[in-house]
Design a protein around this ligand. Structure first.
Ligand SMILES: NC(=O)N[C@@H](CC(=O)O)C(=O)O
Ligand SMILES: [Zn+2]
Ligand SMILES: [Zn+2]
Length: 348
């Protein structure tokens, strides 16, 4: 097997860059590898309309490393008050590419998310009309539903109904974590896709909980049991165009993760493609990585694939034990551990 892997430059279809003083760090990390990224809008305050998306986009562009052509693809945060006109104005802006449905209370900064999907049917209708995808954090939030069952319950209670009700709507089931979600997406029409993170391909809940509780493995939807990890690996390496790369790289300051009530989110942007390569290699499926990382996402969004390339070499290196994050530090996933693949910094 070759020790070199050249791919069309990938894009990240789900990332959290946050805002303010951390932007040079988060943007620098993503721009090293990825040409474009779908930028999640769950900032504080959230990105609710085209004007807010435009201002956030300018802050991201200003934080790019010198010479970088990284392109942030902006997303609207849906609230109970988002109107069809808000969606049309976002589309007309030219820089908003999708809208995100956070069930209120489901995850980090989702307090002003949607309390009932039926309330935003006009906005969803406008998404279908404009061809912009609806991105979904697919977990129910009822206190009585076990945290490990929340994704499956969302499929049964909402996802099926949503896909049936809006047959032309593009829907991305974000960061899927279960065999149930992989199967649902596989069987759904072609306008339904899914992103898969590196951590859900590489790990299961044992990695988070055996031998001690490891807060840097904690993200939402939470890591599931090994059988689900296997199903996600099957989906990602299947060559099926519905599945594509979305890191869900979601940094939180060290003190916010290593706490009595730690935040959800894994920071992977600094070495994401390297981690995906490791997962695909374990499956002898490196030949499927380019489709997953560089082709299926643009095709789903109706955008051209990138034309330049990146090269990975199989060469062990040690991940940093921490990274700068504004005035704080972020502890990345794999901190201090060996990674098997390294990105060649100059283009192939
Ligand atoms: N995935 C996470 O665990 N956290 C994300 C939110 C999200 O994507 O649900 C974050 O913004 O921190
Ligand atoms: Zn989410
Ligand atoms: Zn996310």
């Amino acid at each position: 097997m070759s020790d070199r892997l050249t791919l069309l430059r990938p894009d990240d279809w789900h990332i959290h860059l946050r805002d303010g003083a951390v932007l040079p760090h988060t943007v620098g990390d993503v721009a090293r590898t990825f040409a474009r990224a779908i930028v999640m809008p769950n900032t504080v305050p959230p990105v609710r309309d085209a004007a807010e998306a435009g201002a956030y986009r300018e802050r991201i562009l200003a934080a790019r490393p010198v010479g970088s052509r990284f392109e942030p693809l902006m997303v609207l945060y849906l609230t109970d008050r988002t109107s069809a006109d808000d969606i049309r104005a976002a589309k007309a802006s030219g820089f908003v590419y999708a809208a995100k449905l956070y069930p209120a209370g489901a995850t980090t900064n989702s307090d002003s998310g949607v309390t009932s999907i039926d309330k935003i049917f006009p906005a969803i209708e406008a998404l279908a009309e404009t061809g912009m995808p609806l991105l979904v954090h697919g977990e129910v939030t009822h206190a009585d539903v076990d945290v490990f069952d929340r994704e499956k319950r969302f499929i049964d209670e909402h996802m099926r109904r949503l896909v049936d009700r809006f047959p032309t709507l593009k829907v991305v089931f974000e960061h899927i974590t279960t065999a149930d979600a992989a199967q649902f997406v596989s069987e759904a029409p072609a306008n339904v896709g899914a992103t898969i993170t590196a951590q859900h391909l590489l790990y299961n809940r044992n990695h988070m909980l055996v031998g001690g509780i490891r807060p840097h493995f904690y993200c939402l939807p939470i890591l599931k049991r090994n059988t689900h990890q296997v199903a996600l690996l099957d989906a990602a390496t299947s060559g099926n165009r519905k599945f594509f790369l979305g890191t869900d790289s979601a940094p939180h300051a060290q003190h916010a993760k290593e706490a009595a009530c730690g935040c959800a989110g894994c920071y992977t942007a600094y070495a994401a493609i390297e981690m995906y390569a490791e997962a695909f290699e374990q499956r002898n499926a490196l030949d499927k990585l380019e489709g997953f990382a560089s082709l299926h996402g643009p095709a789903f969004y109706g955008l051209p694939a990138n034309t330049d390339r990146i090269t990975l070499v199989r060469e062990e290196w040690t991940a940093p034990s921490s990274l700068p994050f504004g005035d704080n530090l972020v502890i990345p996933l794999r901190a201090g551990e060996k990674l098997r693949w390294r990105l060649l910094e100059e283009n192939a």
